[in-house]
Ligand binder design. Structure first.
Ligand code: PAF
Length: 283
């Protein structure tokens, strides 16, 4: 299996993408922060079905970390990531340095409204500003035809869609279903921080969300039910629940009966914060 070529400058990235485009090839991008796992590989498999060439960016983006979040401890394992990229036949890895992405004097931030309100933003107020800024940069650097984002980070997916719509970025955004283990636990780099006992608790997150979504769809009152879900998560062993909320699935406006919905949650297990979301079926 051949590792993808690696470029770390925008000039080299553009030269490669422009060459593909001259040959009439469609280009997909999968933005990542590395520490790749099966969830990322599933995004790349989808990208390869939707385009002839696939660029994967690996960049731990400092602007989406709050000072309290440990940017330095975020896992960096480029050699392993490149080996994994070889298994899914990614064509190019883009690995810019922090200095190249944010040179001295960099002073621009992109604020996306709409779907960024509440949920993650209540607990990580500058997170989506950092994500929107880096994703816009990556799209302008790589000029992909399409890009794949996981539904695991559902609010992020909605924010990126809004960003592209509002700024007329000509990139088709493809949402990919969450990869789960045999017990339904959503795959995440953070699962590596959990011991066996914590994993058993973590697996209750999707179980409780599915039960709650079914109860809401069957007519239970949204706020009462999400309150019950928070209590069920604490009873299952979670230390703290940041939110359990039903939202409209396209806009992330507060959910109203009869509309397509999404139930989203974030909860702490020891020092690890897990997020997940499930569909609220239309009854
Ligand atoms: O989901 C992620 O890994 C990051 O938020 C992203 C989209 C790569 C931007 O840094």
């Amino acid at each position: 299996m051949r590792r993808p070529d690696v470029v770390d400058s925008v000039a080299a990235l553009r030269a490669q993408v422009n060459g593909w485009r001259r040959d009439g090839l469609r280009v997909a991008m999968v933005p990542t922060m590395g520490a790749l796992h099966e969830g990322h590989l599933s995004l790349i498999r989808i990208a390869r079905k939707r385009a002839e060439r696939c660029v994967v960016s690996i960049f731990v983006n400092p602007t989406q970390f709050a000072p309290s979040e440990d940017l330095d401890k975020y896992p960096r394992q480029l050699t392993r990531d490149l080996d994994l990229l070889a298994t899914v036949k990614a064509d190019l890895a883009f690995t810019p340095t922090v200095g190249a992405m944010y040179p001295a004097g960099f002073a621009t931030r992109i604020l996306v409204g709409g779907p960024s309100a509440g949920l993650e933003s209540d607990f990580r107020p500058t997170f989506f500003e950092g994500v929107a800024t880096v994703v816009a940069k990556l799209f302008l650097q790589a000029t992909p035809d399409c890009a794949v984002f996981g539904e695991k980070d559902y609010q992020q997916l909605c924010v990126v869609r809004q960003l592209c719509r509002d700024l007329d970025l000509p990139v088709e955004i493809i949402g990919a279903p969450t990869m789960r283990d045999a017990h339904g636990l959503a795959m995440s780099s953070r699962n590596a921080y959990l011991d066996e006992a914590e994993l058993a608790v973590a697996r209750q997150l999707n179980v409780i969300l599915h039960k709650t979504a079914a109860a809401i769809a069957a007519g239970a009152h949204g706020d009462d039910t999400t309150g019950e879900a928070s209590r069920a998560l604490i009873a299952a062993g979670f230390r703290k629940v940041d939110y359990v909320e039903a939202r409209e699935s396209l806009t992330l406006a507060p959910w109203r009966r009869g509309r397509a919905g999404r139930l989203l949650a974030a909860a702490w297990l020891g020092k690890t914060r897990l997020i997940d979301n499930v569909d609220v079926p239309i009854a």
